[in-house]
Design a binder for this molecule. Structure first.
Ligand code: AFP
Length: 340
């Protein structure tokens, strides 16, 4: 059976749902080509001297990004690939990235479009040097009417306003997962063709699960509802849940979420008291929001523990939120513990 390429899929979607205007189709095609280039660089790793930290201005230590985190060489390369690929096509009004303080304006020599693109160019970069799966996450919003020079404020829209969200996992195979609001679909990179081909359509997350994902080393910092929920899972058969649970933690959100899309599960990065100034570790605009849209489109739940992630009104481009997402019934249970 001949599989559809991403291009063919997008054209079919346009006929079926009129949900893929040509500028959005161009945006997705350009982002998918940038993801292919990132996949090639990630795949070279040590062979191309791309592992390790990106040297800071002095050349001595690692550069530090706006998150206060040491930048890996591939963080910077992935960011530049996405910027260069997207700035000339005429489909964007501006871009924003985990790796940059403020929005990246479209150079005046290029035409502008109506979309805003946000991305985490290399998610899980602490796994790069140990050859564990990493990925890229992206989110697409419409630029507010009449805004010609978008500032950060133009991006501060709730996740429910996203017109498209996706991520790539650079694992044993490179897989692009995409939603345009009509279900979640996965495309695997055929390296001989050089194209993404449709390999899963209308992905559904099982509503129940026996597998949870959380960084247990933070347990002593969690709030009581999260401690209660995890303690019950750990109690297994003899505890209130009456069954044993398994645990996975890749420390690349893209890999954990992809597993949950494939076989169910619940992923949590809760608020913790380790750093009271931070509402959890994950960033709302280019990690939690795109993943929440994808998970909800696949029949799962995505909450901060207190509110639906897609309803959060952003106040800052790099703000963090607590994240609980995955199998619907488990997310509902965690939310109920936070509300009781
Ligand atoms: P890095 O990109 O800095 O490696 O962070 C990855 C991440 O944002 C997300 O992908 C993981 O789920 C989470 O952080 C892992 O956090 P811990 O390292 O605290 O477990």
């Amino acid at each position: 059976m001949k599989r559809a390429t991403l291009t063919r899929f997008l054209i079919d979607e346009q006929y079926k749902h009129q949900s893929v205007p040509s500028d959005l189709r161009l945006l997705i095609e350009v982002v998918s080509r940038a993801i292919k280039a990132i996949s090639i660089n990630v795949g070279k790793g040590a062979l191309a001297g791309l592992l390790g930290e990106h040297a800071g201005a002095g050349g001595a230590n690692a550069a530090i990004n706006v998150q206060g985190e040491a930048q890996k060489k591939l963080d910077v390369i992935a960011n530049e690939i996405l910027l260069e690929a997207n700035e000339w096509g005429g489909h964007l009004a501006a871009m924003a990235s985990e790796e940059m303080e403020g929005p990246h304006a479209i150079p005046h020599r290029y035409p502008k479009g109506e979309y805003l693109l946000l991305f985490d160019p290399l998610d899980g970069s602490s796994n790069i040097d140990v050859n564990v799966s990493v990925g890229t996450i992206f989110s697409v919003l419409k630029c507010p009417e009449g805004v010609t020079e978008p500032t950060a404020d133009a991006f501060l829209q709730p996740g429910s306003k996203q017109v498209c969200a996706g991520f790539a996992v650079f694992g044993p195979s490179t897989v692009l997962v995409l939603t345009l609001g009509n279900g979640v679909h996965a495309f695997t990179l055929d390296r001989e063709l050089g194209s993404f081909v449709l390999t899963q359509e209308h992905i559904r997350i099982p509503e129940d699960t026996k597998e949870f994902a959380i960084n247990m080393s933070n347990m002593r910092f969690w709030e009581p509802p999260m401690k209660r929920y995890i303690d019950e899972l750990l109690a297994g058969k003899t505890g209130p849940r009456g069954q044993d649970f398994n645990m996975r933690w890749v420390a690349s959100m893209v890999a954990d979420v992809h597993r949950i899309l494939t076989r169910g599960g619940i992923f949590m990065y809760p608020r913790d008291t380790k750093d009271p100034g931070k509402a959890g570790r994950l960033r709302l605009m280019y990690e939690a929001n795109p993943m929440a849209m994808i998970v909800e489109q696949a029949g799962g739940g995505a909450s901060t523990g207190l509110t639906r992630i897609l309803d959060v009104q952003p106040t800052g481009l790099h703000q963090r939120v607590p994240v609980v997402l995955g199998s619907k019934n488990e997310v509902a249970r965690v939310v109920s513990y936070h509300q009781s």
